[in-house]
Design a protein around this ligand. Structure first.
Ligand SMILES: Cc1ncc(COP(=O)(O)O)c(C=O)c1O
Length: 476
């Protein structure tokens, strides 16, 4: 190896890791990270061509899509045409109970009269103006969010990934200005999901989403979710060696700017965060000045049976993000922070559509319905019934369902390895039975119905899932 290259690798290894083990770490540096090397290549999502779908006729739209739409999604051979409440209908007239809800998004269900009226009225009055001006709707939604959370300020955008991008930028600016860090590091969890933009995908601790998009954004380190010891060791290691690094001529100080975690890992298999892990994260942030940032894109707005997922964990984040259910299906995202983290100045960040009157009118209709119809309480109560029903199925089919877990109306059924069943065929069998579900990992089936779901609809869903499970087992 060229001597200069060796010296550079040697010093960077030395000052970003532990000194005692540096020869080993140098070798590790040269090899791909272990958890990347051990991951299987991601199977491309080609649902229409999967064994479960091979014999199914494609709807007319499939050809138009094949010709014109980028194939970034695998799609079921179904065209949805109409929705009402918790039900959807496809172009053949088949009816489904929608326990996907646009993936935790349509919290008021479909064709909700309040949401429809609010958006229609706003469209006829003022749907978009630049953020160069004030609008009453953005102010009112911002005030509601501040009043109903630990946050002091809100930045509006359009999606979950965009909200997380805003949080990442905020953490970096906060680290530069308040912590004196030249090289801020954000710690996220393995098996996490934070979105598909470049920084959000880097924050996502799943190598399968990274492949093909390298080089990734620098400054992200991953730890095991719910492993408080690993988190503490990682924070201390980064800050210790990062401080020493800052003393080297021409080197900037490296250190932890933020810990970014989902309150419950959704895409990672419906894994609720543990209180002890988040307590440790909070304590480490208090000690070091780093920001505790919670991704509430899937868990926020009542889904967990509390308004925000962090309420399940007994901690107050400095920053949290929201999207999905915030507009009930009308695109809107938000990054919210405490005053101490509020370092953005005019010009630091922006979004053309962010917080426009149309999206905010939708958000206000959602917040009004949450309060008027006690939807957070409904999510908690219906979630209990759903888990109870699923646990009955677990007892009915011993050895098939490994675990039933979740909070409120975000729940997962983990299929046992021994059963030989994967989530995909079970989801397909459920669709056949008229129940829409979505996988969360290879062996976890996710249940995320609208927050307006009734007791009767929960019972119906459990019954349909039971039938689907029996058919999927018979077809093994
Ligand atoms: C926890 C979490 N964060 C971020 C995102 C990305 O949100 P969006 O698809 O709106 O960009 C998702 C989407 O599933 C999510 O579940």
């Amino acid at each position: 190896m060229h001597r200069t290259a060796f010296t550079v690798l040697f010093t960077s290894s030395l000052f970003s890791h532990s000194v005692g083990a540096f020869p080993l770490l140098l070798l590790r540096r040269l090899a791909p990270p272990a958890f990347q090397a051990s991951e299987p290549s991601p199977a491309p999502m080609r649902l229409a061509a999967s064994p479960e779908n091979a014999a199914r006729p494609l709807p007319a739209e499939a050809a138009v899509f094949a010709q014109n739409i980028m194939a970034t999604y695998g799609r079921y051979p179904i065209t949805m045409v109409k929705g009402q409440g918790v039900r959807l209908w496809d172009s053949t007239g088949k009816e489904y109970l929608d326990f996907v809800a646009g993936i935790s998004t349509c919290c008021l269900g479909h064709a909700n009269p309040g949401l429809t009226a609010a958006v229609t009225e706003q469209l006829g009055k003022l749907h978009h103006v630049s953020n160069l001006y004030y609008t009453a709707e953005q102010g009112r939604l911002g005030a509601w969010l501040v009043e109903h959370s630990v946050a002091d300020k809100v930045f509006f955008c359009n999606s979950g990934a965009e909200a997380n991008e805003a949080a990442i930028k905020l953490a970096r600016k906060h680290a530069h200005e308040k912590l004196g860090l030249g090289e801020p590091v954000i710690i996220t969890a393995k098996a996490s999901f934070h979105g598909r933009t470049l920084a959000a995908i880097t924050a996502t601790g799943q190598p399968k989403y990274h492949r093909g998009f390298e080089p990734l954004v620098p400054g992200f380190v991953y730890v095991d979710y719910n492993d408080a010891g690993a988190l503490e060791r990682t924070v201390r290691r980064i800050n210790f060696w990062g401080r020493l690094r800052g003393w080297l001529p021409g080197k900037k100080r490296r250190g932890v700017a933020a810990i970014l975690m989902e309150a419950l890992q959704g895409e990672g298999g419906i894994r609720p965060g543990s209180r002890s892990f988040f307590a440790k994260a909070r304590a480490l942030c208090d000690e070091t000045g780093a920001l505790l940032m919670v991704d509430e894109v899937q868990t926020g707005v009542g889904r967990t049976g509390r308004l925000w997922g962090y309420e399940q964990l007994g901690v107050e984040p400095d920053v949290f993000t929201s999207a999905k259910a915030l507009g009930g299906g009308v695109p809107i995202g938000a990054m919210l922070c405490k005053e101490r983290a509020n370092v953005f100045q005019p010009g630091d960040h922006a979004s053309t559509f962010g917080g426009n009157p149309l999206a905010c009118a939708a958000g206000l209709a959602v917040t009004a319905a949450l309060e008027r119809e006690h939807l957070v309480e409904n999510a908690a109560a219906r979630g209990e019934s759903l888990r109870a029903g699923l646990r009955k199925l677990q007892a009915q089919y011993p050895g098939v369902i490994e675990d039933v877990r979740g909070w409120g109306l975000i729940n997962g059924v983990e299929l046992s390895e021994a059963s030989g069943l994967l989530a995909a065929p079970v989801v397909q069998a459920s669709i056949d039975e008229g129940l829409l579900l979505v996988a969360a990992g290879a062996r976890v089936v996710r249940f995320v119905p609208p927050l307006v779901v009734s007791e009767g609809e929960v019972e119906e869903a459990v019954a349909r899932f039971g039938k689907a499970l029996a058919k999927a087992m018979a077809a093994r």
